[in-house]
Design a protein around this ligand. Structure first.
Ligand code: TXA
Ligand code: MG
Length: 307
């Protein structure tokens, strides 16, 4: 199906992706159509083997090579100078291409058997909650895609960490994700951060995960530092981890009662979907500790809560 230019959703260790042959612009265009995704949002190209890298990118800095050696396959996407072979539609006309090798065996097997790199954004409608099961994929895209390769639930549950790695050897965090900043900095030292005051929505570099409103459920979310702040809990659901006084809320999603960020990440998007399906009016959420996967979770929460 991939070779025929069709759309196949597949599991990765992070979230389900909506895949098409990255070298076929017509197939890639179908991804944008199925997701109703604006064309200024570049896609990640998925490979199955490091040896394919030089075919698609112009240069790999020493920094980028160290990251490849340590973390691929895995939840890390590198934005590298692209070769002409990569269609402009994949990169939204940018001179760089985002590449990763997923860790999930079935994903690499799909890419290997297809014999082409696979462009894949998360397999959901643009701006909505990301899918971590095949069922979530069908909830949003049934009838719009050709197949979904069901390989159970995703292990990590939040998207890959995206780093820009230009030829000058620097590394800049574009999106916090499934690989923590702490682990990355152990290997390459200080990672540069984008200016948080810059309005990302206006920048051509801003991919979808960088838009201020994204990953958003159909109910409003309010982020609070303590659940006790909420006096009137009528019609409200709570989203948090750890132990808190919650019996005043109509519905409670505790992502990890023991306070594990890894467990919380794995449950995050599925819990938002369950809250969407209840009859509550709005969601009250507690921020996560800003370390490890907590950074990625806070990032998703902030965007999901944005007006
Ligand atoms: O875990 C993941 O990354 C999943 C799975 C399926 O691999 N994919 C995913 O794709 O989350 P998507 O399209 O939802 O997010 C792609 C992100 C965007 O936020 C954007 O910032 C970045 O990748 N990106 C892609 N191409 C880029 C480019 N050429 N320059 C800068 N950023 C780019
Ligand atoms: Mg996405």
């Amino acid at each position: 199906m991939i070779q025929d230019g069709k759309l196949v959703a597949f599991a990765t260790e992070t979230v389900y992706g909506l895949g098409a042959n990255a070298l076929n612009p017509v197939a890639v265009a179908k991804i944008f159509e199925a997701k109703e995704r604006p064309h200024f949002d570049p896609l990640i190209v998925h490979l199955c083997d490091q040896s394919q890298l030089e075919e698609f990118v112009e240069s790999v800095s020493e920094t980028a090579q160290a990251l490849v050696d340590h973390f691929w396959p895995g939840p890390l996407t590198l934005v590298l100078p692209k070769r002409d072979l990569i269609p402009d539609l994949v990169t939204s006309g940018l001179p760089n291409v985002a590449i990763r090798i997923p860790e999930r065996d079935s994903a690499r097997e799909l890419i290997q058997k297809a014999g082409v790199p696979i462009a894949a954004p998360s397999a959901n409608r643009f701006g909505s909650v990301s899918p971590t099961t095949a069922e979530h994929v069908l909830d949003g895209l049934e009838g719009r895609i050709d197949a979904v390769l069901d390989d159970g639930a995703c292990d990590i549950g939040v998207e890959s960490t995206v780093l820009a790695c230009p030829a000058d050897g620097t590394a800049t965090l574009l999106r916090p994700g499934g690989l923590s900043l702490e682990e990355i900095e152990k290997v390459i030292g200080k990672v540069l951060q984008l200016d948080p005051n810059q309005n990302r929505d206006d920048s051509p570099q801003a991919g979808p995960g960088m838009l201020s409103r994204h990953y958003a459920p159909s109910k409003p979310i309010q982020i609070v530092s303590s659940l006790q702040e909420i006096r009137d809990c009528n019609g409200k659901g709570a989203l948090m981890m750890g132990s808190h006084e919650t019996n005043q809320f109509e519905v409670v999603e505790n992502l990890s009662p023991s306070g594990s960020l890894v467990e919380a990440a794995a449950n995050f998007f599925a819990a938002l979907r369950r809250l969407e399906r209840t009859n509550i009016d709005s969601i009250v959420a507690m921020p996560f500790p800003n370390e490890g996967l907590g950074r990625a979770l806070n990032d998703r929460l902030k965007r999901a809560a944005a007006e």
